[in-house]
Design a protein around this ligand. Structure first.
Ligand code: UDP
Length: 242
């Protein structure tokens, strides 16, 4: 049976199609935006294309810095070709500055620069609302071995060093971001998913006073407007820099 380009999975922001090479997939970035576990939904024309271009540039940068990733090539403006991975059902969030759920769940004030990067791990499970999870619970649930979890944490810290300095060069503060990892056919751990303003908090450093100007999905979460303008600005700064 020929199953080239068959839709194999549709998520909130991406569609995954099969590739004629069974070790690869085609990933299409959608214009849909969701927040608060998809309680809030909208469509922004051009978002898929902007996230695809931004994420591709960032993955190229990570690959240059020896981070193993699923990214192979940009196919067209809203589609990439990636290595097929079995996604590990964990969301690895790294925070440099306190914001969002961290401030809702603790007494840490929004905007506090953390003394060291904080890693929060969530179980990827929509029905359970992606709960915060512990290392011990991950072990009991048999999701991954403690050794592989340590490897993922180590990769996340390395990615943070690369991304923080990259974004600083284009006048953006990397507040926090979410990563997903998976296993390829040889059981190597690879960074998957995307890195874009949909899953990073990026604040504009070109502001004279201390006000926070979000150039990320908080524009949608917090009804600030100007989401496409913000994502376009990030894409423009990346292209001007690289
Ligand atoms: N994040 C994400 N997907 C999620 C939850 C969070 O990409 O399902 C990203 C989010 O964009 C931010 C970081 O992870 O960059 C930390 O998000 P937080 O836990 O503060 O959650 P939120 O405030 O979005 O509820």
């Amino acid at each position: 049976m020929n199953n080239i380009n068959e839709l194999i999975y549709e998520g909130k922001a991406k569609k995954v199609f099969s590739h004629d090479d069974s070790n690869k997939v085609i990933i299409e970035f959608k214009d849909d935006a969701t927040a608060f576990n998809a309680m809030k939904k909208a469509k922004f024309e051009g978002k898929g294309k902007l996230n695809c271009l931004i994420s591709s540039r960032i993955f190229e940068l990570l690959i240059k810095n020896n981070i193993p990733t699923h990214f192979l090539e940009l196919k067209n403006e809203n589609t990439i070709i990636a290595k097929k991975i079995k996604v590990i059902p964990l969301e690895i969030v790294l925070r440099n500055t306190a914001y969002g759920s961290l401030c809702k769940q603790t007494t840490i004030k929004p905007g506090t620069v953390l003394p060291k990067p904080l890693i929060d791990i969530y179980l990827k499970n929509d029905e359970l609302n992606d709960p915060l999870i512990t290392k011990d619970r991950i072990e009991i649930l048999n999701i991954i071995s403690p050794k592989d979890l340590d490897l993922i944490i180590d990769l996340t810290l390395k990615i943070n060093v690369i991304l923080k300095s990259f974004f600083k060069n284009i006048q953006l503060e990397l507040v926090d971001f979410k990563l997903e990892f998976g296993y390829d056919c040889k059981n190597n751990i690879l960074l998957g998913d995307e890195i874009s303003p949909d899953n990073c908090r990026l604040w504009d450093l070109n502001q004279k006073n201390d006000i926070i100007v979000s150039l990320d999905k908080d524009r949608f979460r917090n009804d600030l407007g100007g989401l496409i303008e913000a994502y376009s600005e990030i894409n423009r700064r990346i292209n001007d820099f690289i």
